[in-house]
Design a protein around this ligand. Structure first.
Ligand code: NAG
Ligand code: NAG
Ligand code: NAG
Ligand code: NAG
Ligand code: NAG
Length: 490
């Protein structure tokens, strides 16, 4: 939540702005599509907007309070365009449990002009397993709750909400009440795996407490979900840049959690194997998963609390620096020692080395190195509740700077001392909460390494060797009987 506040920042006090702008637009249509998942729920809302006044340049989007608290990622674009628009938080409309976001259009619209705006959000932790427990051979179903109406400070000609499940087995959905003012037909319809609320016509401005009190309501969908619900409780990523050997080492320490229904009864491996043999593994059990790693990696290691896990498959794509136009990733299939049942945790470490040239470069104009480090490696469908990314720079690096794809909850630059370091290495740390697949983007770090720092490590190695060598020479000359004598006496 904090991240969202800071991402859309600033203007906390401008809550009066809405009334001034509310006559500037109307919505010809709003369509909200909710892709029901496990830990992540992707919501795309398209606003077909018409300007009612000259020079209408700021369009206001309103999100209900409960929704904004669970939204971990948000972006607004003009339909068909790549570049996101600037979004600023502009406060809660007086007395209502909702929040306004002001979207600055690239250029103001003329009266009568139209534009399609697309709001994309990712909600985290908004589904819950129901029932809360399941036996090893039972199905998994989840409940999701949202509000019926998409809110807007403007008049809306027609709006609808589509909830899309990955399976047509929808167990329950709420019939809305008191919507006769907006539709004469069925207020909700189900077709295959989609439940549609609306179309609702001629909806007045709804971002006010009077509308919320009169018409807004919760709708619940209970649906079968055929994949495990995954959460990364903790991600600790350490990326260590070494100019010596031109290597980038990345190590992830991960606590993975199956947030599906808790296992009812005992785990039976025999039953699990029989089910898997017949291709009927229960949807809430995680036997293996696949992650995409960079091309050209070496020395990949995968350990859990017991030790090496050998039951994994790695297919390495060639390094990008080999001159080939390679867009392929390496693919690692991780197969934990035992299947992860609902409610269980799995702690593991995954690490690899990659050629530094694949993600770093030297800019002769500024004399600085720039290295890109991905915030995380996506585990498909999983939210990362708590992440800490440490980037360890070469010893003696100065003028450290970074550009993160989105603001961190906290940042610090500190020093990390490892074996053979003389003065320690600068380290940049980023802390995040509730990361989604949309956050798997690179952090860019730039720094300067003075020539003297390049020499420092060889010097340190030379010094250590010299000391060892001297010690060996001395040791050989020492009469070992000195040490034997006392033991003989005992
Ligand atoms: C992360 O999500 C949890 C659960 O929805 C929520 O309680 C928490 O406030 C969120 N934290 C941040 C920083 O967004
Ligand atoms: C909404 O439409 C009604 C009549 O169609 C109009 O009286 C009202 O001013 C409009 N409100 C806004 C905020 O555009
Ligand atoms: C949204 O987040 C809040 C606070 O973290 C939580 O209490 C609430 O249950 C969440 N809403 C849903 C629909 O899960
Ligand atoms: C893990 O296995 C690899 C090769 O399979 C081996 O090189 C490595 O030493 C092992 N590491 C540990 C900690 O057992
Ligand atoms: C999983 O890990 C979390 C946090 O580390 C802990 O609170 C929880 O009790 C663990 N659950 C199990 C079943 O061990």
């Amino acid at each position: 939540m904090l991240r969202l506040w800071s991402a859309i920042s600033c203007l906390l006090l401008a809550s009066a702005a809405a009334s001034a702008s509310s006559q500037s637009f109307e919505n010809s249509a709003i369509v909200r599509t909710i892709d029901l998942g496990g830990s992540l729920v992707h919501v795309t809302t398209t606003f077909a907007v018409k300007a009612l006044k000259e020079a209408a340049g700021v369009y206001t989007i309103t999100l209900p309070e409960d929704e904004i608290f669970n939204t971990s990622w948000l972006e607004v674009k003009v339909k068909g365009k790549q570049q996101p628009l600037t979004v600023t938080y502009s406060g809660a409309p007086a007395g209502s449990k909702s929040h306004n976001l002001d979207v600055s259009l690239e250029k103001p619209l003329e009266a009568g002009a139209t534009i399609n705006l697309v709001l994309e959000t990712v909600q985290t932790h908004t589904t819950r397993p129901w029932p809360q427990q399941a036996a090893q051979d039972e199905d998994q179903s989840l409940k999701y709750e949202t509000s019926l109406f998409v809110l807007s400070p403007y008049n809306t000609s027609v709006q609808r909400t589509k909830l899309k499940s990955s399976s047509p087995r929808i167990i329950f959905y709420t019939e809305p009440e008191n919507v006769q003012a907006f539709t004469l037909e069925n207020p909700v319809t189900k077709s295959g795996s989609t439940v549609t609320y609306g179309p609702y016509s001629n909806v007045p401005p709804s971002a006010n407490q009077a509308f919320l009190d009169k018409y807004q309501q919760r709708v619940v969908l209970h649906y079968s979900y055929d994949y495990p619900v995954l959460e990364v409780l903790k991600l600790r990523r350490a990326a260590e840049i070494s100019h010596w050997g031109a290597n980038l080492n990345i190590q992830d320490d991960i606590v993975l959690h199956n947030a599906g229904p808790r296992l009812n009864g005992h785990f039976s491996r025999l039953q699990h194997q029989t089910q898997s043999f017949y291709g009927r593994g229960a949807p809430h059990v995680l036997p293996l998963f696949t992650v995409q790693l960079p091309p050209g990696i070496r020395n990949t290691y995968y350990l859990d609390q017991i030790g090496n896990v050998s039951t994994s498959h790695l297919r390495v794509a060639p390094s990008v620096s080999r001159g080939l136009k390679n867009t392929q990733n390496s693919v690692l299939e991780l197969k934990p020692r035992y299947p992860i049942m609902g409610g269980w945790n799995y702690t593991y470490t995954l690490g690899w080395d990659a050629p530094l040239g694949d993600s770093g470069s030297y800019d002769p104009n500024t004399g600085k190195y720039i290295v890109s480090i991905p915030v995380m490696t996506e585990i498909p469908g999983a939210v990362v509740n708590d992440a800490e990314i440490s980037i360890i720079l070469p010893e003696g690096a100065t003028d450290v700077d970074y550009v993160a794809p989105f603001p961190a909850l906290s940042n610090e630059i500190s020093t990390h001392v490892t074996y053979l370091d003389t003065i320690g290495r600068p380290m940049v740390i980023f802390k995040y909460k509730n990361l989604t697949n949309k956050h798997a983007k690179p952090i860019y770090v730039s720094y300067r390494v003075p020539i003297s720092a390049h020499l420092r490590k060889p010097m340190a190695v030379a010094t250590v060797l010299l000391v060892l060598f001297t010690f060996a020479m001395v040791a050989r000359r020492v009469d070992l009987t000195i040490y034997k004598t006392p033991t003989k006496k005992m």
